[in-house]
Structure formats: C-alpha cells, structure tokens
Design a protein. Structure first.
Length: 138
C-alpha cells in the first residue's frame, strides 16, 4: 500500500512541475510578442521640425529603410512585403497608400519589431517628416 501511495505522490509532483513549466513557457511566448511604443513629444512652444525640415527620399529615407528594414528575413525580398531591397519607392507605394506605413512605422512604432535594431529618434523624425510632408519620391 505504501508503494502505491509513494508512486501517486511522485505522479502528482510530476504533474505540478509539468504544469508550472507549461505556464512559464506560455508566459514567455506571450511576453515575447509584446511591442513597446515610445511617444516623441515636443516641448510646449517649440517648432515642429517637420515644418522646416526638407527630407529627401533618395538621400535620407532610402538610407534608413535600407539599413533598418531591407535586412535579412525582413523586407529583403525573401521575407515580409513590401520588398525594400530593390525598386524601393515603387515597392513601398502600396504601404504608403493603404496606411500600413503610417500605422506601423509612424503611429505605433512597431517597425522595426523588437529584436531588430530600433530606429533612433532622429531616424524616426526623418521618416515622420517625410511622410507628413507628402512622402514624395524626391
């Protein structure tokens, strides 16, 4: 009788440990899918840099998108759309038109995703100014 009781206790302990590991795994997976957004606010009375900045797609924006977005496994033609490794502006136009660029890059700041090299505040402001000033292919 004592052997059965000991085996039952061992089985109950194993179930508890397995359940604890499962819960920790689920928590780890859920927390890894979390995005962090950062609001960039200007001090009261300051001039919005987008009002005076002249941002060039070919000079300023292309450098950022190439180094931060058209990376291996992301928007490099083998990963997510749009492909930003060639015909950059042409391939980006659909995301500009349907609001995905504004939503993911400007508003939510979920691109590049966590785990990738984040945009610096300067890079973010360049993209934001370019977008707000009509996102032209200049």
């Amino acid at each position: 009788m004592r052997t059965i009781s000991t085996k039952r206790q061992s089985f109950d302990t194993l179930k508890r440990v397995t359940l604890a590991i499962l819960i920790l795994y689920i928590l780890a997976v859920l927390s890894s899918c979390e995005y962090h957004t950062v609001e960039v606010e200007l001090p009261e009375g300051s001039i919005n840099p987008c009002d005076t900045a002249t941002v060039s797609f070919s000079t300023d924006v292309t450098a950022i998108l190439t180094s931060k977005c058209a990376t291996t496994g992301c928007h490099d033609g083998t990963g997510d759309d749009p492909n930003l490794s060639s015909s950059l502006y042409t391939n980006l136009e659909s995301s500009l038109g349907d609001g995905k660029f504004k939503s993911k890059v400007i508003d939510q700041r979920t691109m590049p995703p966590i785990g990738s090299t984040a945009l610096s505040n300067t890079e973010y402001m360049i993209l934001k100014c370019w977008f707000e000033n009509g996102h032209s292919n200049n």
